[in-house]
Design a protein around this ligand. Sequence first.
Ligand code: MG
Length: 249
Amino acid sequence: MIILKSRREIDIMRKANLIVANTHAYLAEKIAPGISTYELDRLADEYIREQGAIPSFKGYRGFPASVCISINNEVVHGIPDQSRILNDGDIVSLDIGTLFEGFNGDAARTVAVGEISYEAEKLLTVTETSLLKGLEKAIIGNRLFDISHAIQKYVEANEFSVVRDYVGHGIGRKMHEDPQIPNFGPAGRGPILKEGMTLAIEPMVNTGTHKVKVLDDGWTVITSDGSLSAHFEHSIAITDQGPEILSRP
Ligand code: MG
């Protein structure tokens, strides 16, 4: 069941997501060769709590940290660790969630560490742009899969692939609500988009195959061919003015 939110509830979600956006901006300043993913997680945890929110990923189904940090061929759900040091040329995906006054914020982005390759640069640009292409379809009266299709079409036109095994989601009092939002599929299918829907749309894009696997730690998802992967996510509200990106500073 898709839970529609009132304007008042969306106001709270805007605050929860602003904290997420601010945390992304804060971490972006800290990202450099030599820093560990553990340290980034620690800084984010502290920063989120200082703003009166709770890092919602911590303990979620047993996840041991506050931020999912995934490097290069890691797609999502990487576990921060003191031994994981960022190197010049890496790309690093950060997925951050907050709980604030009973509502969730959720957004992800992939950041360059120092100088990155042309292919990595293109991957970041295509993935972020694919998210925006999807958001353009998040309009009252459209169908959910219009978003999915727009993302897939853009990614594949740029000769990259869309991960199938992980998808976006509704968001609200729970981090994961209905509907599931694949980043692929035929336009014109799925629920009709309505005012008050709040959605976390999050394409995960690989330079090689779309296939992924989970490491023995039970969390870290990697590309099955070792290719690079990027992840961009915004939480949005569907309004009569069009899509409002809640997780934008
Ligand atoms: Mg999400």
